[in-house]
Design a protein around this ligand. Structure first.
Ligand SMILES: *Cc1c(COP(=O)(O)O)cnc(C)c1O
Length: 454
């Protein structure tokens, strides 16, 4: 065991050291090399050292270098050193984090991290927090709590009676609602299309003046951080009025939540602490390993009513039992990494990470604009949406950038234009990474368009 773990640690260190020089997206040869894994399950065991060697020799070259500083695809953070080290130790511990009796340490660190996070957001200390796999499941969990509360008000116990014949609930979303929010709505039985879509402005923000009438049976889903532009719905305007009308207000803040920690950016998220529920990711901008998302719920009883389980053999205490606020029962102790990330950064480190990434996005946008390309969004956070010309030209350039390997960013359609999305969300991204990536992007784009590289 000792030799195996040392070997793993050495291989891991070599991998991390290689990130600076290697391609961001793996080469075609590396991907073709994955065919070595394609064989039938052997009859006989394989030595663990050999299993590890195979994984590293043929698996590592085929990885996407999102652990490094020049990956700007989707919204994908890396892993902070303390979070990675905590993940290794927690893996060795092999804790089942579902109930205190199965892991007092996992439950305790979750509880502490939850308290720190509630305090960072400014929600009431009595709010409940669930450590789930990602923002999709955080949205799902929040919607389950909302469903419980909105129907309980009308005398309907949805957990026992189900949804058939239940009183109606109207669901309101912005026109640029994230796909995972619609999926979560479908999973809780509200339906993807049985929603009122509110028009958005040119940045993708919900128009507060176009909201329908909200009532005590309305579920209003807002967004903090549009997945393309990074724009925030006007939370501070909408949330107080919606809650006054009795609606349940949920905010999908998968990456935008972290603006609250930055004195420079907090105004974007002002009012978020008044929401009934918030979903966020830790595996994006908090830079912990996959999979890690968080659901926050002001009415902790609603979240627990929607998600808790009981059975004679599942011994529960009067303390916070992790499984009461998640869809899962058995699960890994992902709160351990959240705790480690928060402790290692402190408030100032977290603010520095968020602000540095935002400055890097700003610099990227400046460089692209100076070169004559169209930055289509107001760069308010960590997202840059850029078009290089007509749609065909943009698509060609995005494909060429992805193939070249210095950096990687994804394509999108933004307000009827083909565009490239640049999301700066890794702790590992330095100003030098931005300059190197920008140089590659401008060089490749200028090959295609004939524009001079400034
Ligand atoms: C990434 C994202 C999600 C989904 O998060 P997962 O962790 O992939 O489940 C939801 N909403 C927004 C705004 C996102 O950016």
């Amino acid at each position: 065991m000792n030799d195996l773990l040392k070997d793993a640690a050495e291989r891991a260190a070599r991998y991390l050291e290689s990130l600076d020089e290697r391609r961001v997206f793996p080469s075609a040869e590396a991907i073709a090399g994955l065919s070595i894994f394609e064989h039938d399950l052997p009859e006989e065991p394989t030595d663990p050292a050999e299993v590890l060697a195979m994984l590293d020799d043929h698996g590592s070259p085929a990885t996407v270098a999102s652990a490094g500083g020049r990956y700007f695809g989707f919204v994908i953070g890396s892993t902070l050193p303390a979070a990675l080290a905590a993940n290794w130790l927690a893996g060795v511990w092999d804790q089942n984090a579902g109930i205190i009796i199965a892991s007092p340490i996992a439950a305790r660190l979750e509880e502490i991290a939850a308290r720190w996070l509630i305090d960072l957001i400014g929600m009431p200390a009595t709010s409940a927090v669930g450590f789930v796999t990602g923002a999709t499941m955080a949205n799902f969990s929040a919607l389950a709590a909302a469903r419980h509360a909105l129907l309980a008000r009308q005398g309907w116990d949805v957990e026992t009676q189900g949804l058939f014949d239940a009183p109606p609930i109207s669901v309101v979303v912005g026109d640029e609602v994230h796909a995972s929010m619609l999926k979560a709505l479908s999973m809780v039985g509200f339906g993807r299309e049985r929603v009122i879509r509110v028009p958005v402005d040119e940045q993708g923000r919900m128009r507060a003046d176009s909201l329908p009438k909200l009532t005590e049976s309305t579920l209003l889903c807002l967004q903090a951080g549009n997945v393309n532009s990074g724009a925030f719905d006007p939370l501070d305007t909408i949330i107080p009025a919606a809650r006054e009308a009795g609606a349940w207000v949920h905010v999908d803040a998968a990456f935008g939540l972290w603006a609250v920690v930055s004195p420079e950016k907090a105004s974007l998220a002002r009012g978020i602490e008044q929401a009934d529920s918030i979903a966020t990711d830790a595996h994006k901008w908090l830079n912990v390993p996959y999979d890690s998302g968080l659901v926050f719920c002001r009415d902790g009883d609603a979240l627990r009513a929607a998600l808790s389980t009981s059975a004679a053999y599942l011994i529960q205490t009067e303390h916070r039992e992790p499984m009461q606020t998640t869809p899962e029962l058995s699960r890994r102790g992902r709160g351990i990494e959240v705790w480690a990330a928060l402790l290692s950064l402190g408030r100032s480190g977290l603010a520095e990470l968020i602000e540095r990434n935002c400055r890097c996005a700003q610099r990227m946008a400046e460089g692209l604009t100076t070169a004559g390309y169209d930055v289509l969004n107001d760069v308010v956070l960590n997202q840059v949406v850029v078009a290089f010309g007509d749609d065909d030209t943009t698509r060609r350039i995005v494909a060429a950038i992805q193939a070249e390997g210095t950096t990687w960013a994804g394509g999108t359609m933004w307000h009827n234009r083909a565009a490239m999305r640049i999301s700066v969300s890794s702790w590992a991204t330095t100003e030098a990474d931005i300059e190197r990536s920008l140089e590659a992007i401008l060089r490749i784009a200028s090959n295609e368009t004939g524009k001079e590289t400034p």
